[in-house]
Write a protein that binds this ligand. Structure first.
Ligand code: ZN
Length: 476
């Protein structure tokens, strides 16, 4: 046998004897030799580790990598280059008694964390005592929840009111085919418990609103925004600013993602970046525009990493920085974000001091029906049966047209409408449709602005047609 270099992890209470270092590099052939050379460096340390007979005290546990040496060859266990020895003394009571908080199973479960000086027992305890709220158990929430559970975040709150749909399985990896039709929070809780049964899962089965947001968020240390719509983004931002909570932001669209940490006490908030939302319909959601399934995996995992760093108080958080990820070019880019002194929520003279109506703020109105510019799928079907003359325009993208289309429709994708408007006649009865009715509403308003009068929007889009009129048509 030859002597090897090994790392010895020193627990917090014993660090005072080794110049406040958390690890010490030593050489030896066996665990005993290494510990002997450690003990030689300090008489007090020697007293802590050995009894008068020169044996390792029975309240001191020694681990070689992840194994208790009592289950190996005790002090005679040979060490190899690069091994890690951890000393885990049980010290009764007091703040130093970290070790007591962890069972034998915990030590094994978190061994790869415990070996990191940036985590250790102290950091692992911080994770266990932390309370993290994940808003949305969808694409971003899936990897987030799985990694937070595996990492040992003690309390995980989930806000979601949705059920699992077949179209979720392509990216929402916390849910499986057998969960289709189940509530997402129930499905997510089962997977979290499957990884780590010690996690306290708090289920908030609700849509987050101006009425309940402060009461829900108040109980957590870190909030993670895994939502997919503008009203909720602004709501979560404002609630976090008001309560002084860090907001770990992630967003995804097609092949691109964004990640940042908004913490108004230390840097900018979401409103410093985007003071006002885009007009409704201009920026399509993932449900309208699509998203590659791995993208939320990447972005959600980055959010989980930032969350764990915030809890540990380690590293450089993404505060004041916006990380842009382009999956197609496989490039990350970073932009500096500045706090806007004029920001209506976190600026020097804030005008938003309580939560507002975010649907209204984002320009989403629910009075389209009252204006008489909506037609239901049943009405459209009756018009077909009656042989009425009408012009049906599909404003979706060609790849959606390939999936399904309503017979007799003409395809003019939303962005082509301005250039192809001459193909439409103001004298005709025009009915517009898209997947769900959002994009077509946008096109309808555009056509009305330029003088079309007889134009209507198909309520619920082609998905409503598939659901209520033509059951042979797939919904997507
Ligand atoms: Zn701000």
């Amino acid at each position: 046998m030859t002597a090897s270099n090994v790392k010895v992890m020193i627990p917090t209470p014993l660090r005072q004897y080794v110049g406040n270092r958390d690890t010490v590099e030593l050489r030896g052939e066996t665990v005993e030799e290494v510990l002997n050379s450690l003990a030689e460096s300090s008489i007090q340390l020697k007293k802590h580790l050995y009894d008068d007979g020169g044996k390792i005290r029975n309240f001191v546990n020694v681990y070689l990598n992840e194994d208790d040496i009592r289950y190996l060859e005790r002090g005679r266990t040979p060490v190899r280059e690069g091994d890690v020895i951890a000393i885990i003394p049980s010290i009764a009571g007091g703040a130093a008694g970290l070790e007591e908080a962890f069972s034998y199973e915990d030590i094994q479960r978190y061994s790869r964390h415990l070996l990191l000086p940036e985590v250790g027992l102290e950091g692992q305890l911080k994770l266990r005592n932390s309370r993290v709220l994940v808003i949305g158990a969808g694409g971003l929430g899936s990897p987030l929840l799985l990694y937070l559970a595996a990492a040992g975040v003690g309390t995980i709150g989930i806000v979601d009111f949705d059920t699992v749909d077949f179209s979720n399985l392509q990216r929402q990896i916390i849910h499986t085919q057998k969960d289709v039709g189940r509530k997402k929070i129930d499905s997510a809780e089962e997977k979290i418990k499957g990884i780590n049964p010690h996690i306290n899962v708090v289920k908030h089965e609700a849509q987050i609103t101006s009425e309940n947001a402060l009461d829900i968020i108040r109980n957590y240390d870190v909030v993670i925004d895994g939502t997919d719509n503008f009203p909720t983004r602004y709501l979560v931002n404002d609630a976090c600013v008001i309560l002084g909570k860090p907001n770990v932001y992630g967003s995804i669209y097609r092949f691109e993602g964004q990640v940042s940490v908004f913490d108004a006490g230390k840097g900018p908030c979401y409103r410093c970046l985007y003071e006002n939302p885009p007009p409704p319909g201009l920026v399509p959601s993932c449900a309208e525009g699509g998203v590659v399934g791995v993208l939320p995996g990447t972005v959600g995992t980055l959010q989980a990493m930032e969350t764990i760093k915030l809890i540990l108080g380690q590293g450089e958080p993404l505060i004041g920085r916006l990380l842009l990820f382009d999956a197609m070019r496989m490039r990350f880019k970073e932009l500096k974000l500045r706090k806007n002194p004029e920001c209506p929520v976190c600026g020097t003279n804030p005008t938003v001091k309580e939560l507002i109506d975010y649907e209204q703020f984002c320009g989403i109105t629910h009075n389209a029906e009252a204006e008489g510019d909506v037609i239901t799928v049943e009405e459209l079907n009756r018009k077909f049966d009656a042989g009425e003359s009408l012009v049906l325009v599909d404003v979706r993208e060609p790849q959606e047209w390939e999936i399904c289309r309503i017979k007799g429709a003409k395809l003019i994708p939303m962005n082509d409408v301005p250039a192809r408007v001459s193909e439409l006649n103001t004298a005709d009865d025009i009915i517009l449709y898209c997947k769900s009715g959002q994009r077509s509403a946008y096109v309808m308003n555009f056509l009305k602005d330029i003088g079309f009068r007889k134009v209507r929007n198909l309520k619920g889009g082609i998905n409503a047609w598939a659901e209520k009129v033509d059951s042979s048509m797939p919904r997507y």
